[in-house]
Design a protein around this ligand. Sequence first.
Ligand code: PLP
Length: 277
Amino acid sequence: MSLCALNGEIMPLEEARISPMDRGFLFGDGVYEVLACVGGRIRAASLHRARLQQSLAAIALDVSVDAVFNDLQRVLEASGIQDAKLYVQVTRGPVSVREHSFPSVVEPTVFLSVSPFTVRQLEPVSALVREDIRWRRNAIKSTSLLANVLLQQEAKALGAGEAILHRDQWVTEASTSNVFMLKDRALVTPPLSNDILPGITRHLVLELAHDLGLGVNETPVSVDELASAETLFVSSSTRGLMPIDRLEPGGQVGQGGVHSEFEALASRYDELLHEHP
Ligand code: PLP
């Protein structure tokens, strides 16, 4: 039985009910976080907390992030699951009339769920390379994910593991992850901007790169450069560091396979995930 918390009340997931007039349902008017919990410890909780705060502020939704994270800890403990995927969604709540503008009184809906999950290093996958068809505020972790859904579905239908996105010739990120190239002993990744989500894993990877003596170059990356990476990989809290060995269009990445520096980075990331305070 999976547990969730709805507006602070812990209950079996099957029993949770929200109104069809919830603005999250009607408009995708909400923000979310996905966190990994390893050995009972939520990974990088402070970074997720700060990002949720920023997302809420960006959509002018006033909710106590401390209360959300207290409830998250409570539902996690109640579940007894040690290795879990945690989902946090906060919406602008139910309304009596469907109107785009905000209601005068907002009663946010806070939905938290816990499910068993293990973060593991994945085998290389291929990636589609596609135009970034999303809106222009991608630093907000919004629940309005239709473009990401369509892109992921296309990737799946064509047997690819991800879709790497670009605006004009510049890589933004992937449909569910951030993009990195490992090249000449340096990590190269597009800089933070409105075009990408400030990934928590991205942040941790950049920190690890410093520890491992790799250079870090946060700079625009063109689509044409991708195939010349020694290792191309994407990062996210749920997929960890996932190498991309083929691009469609674009062909093989680097020499095929993954570079030893990527292996060092990935195993250091794995250790970091399992380190306890
Ligand atoms: N970019 C997008 C569009 C995402 O959906 C995600 C994760 O879901 C990421 C990047 C990676 O973010 P994080 O490392 O915080 O999981």
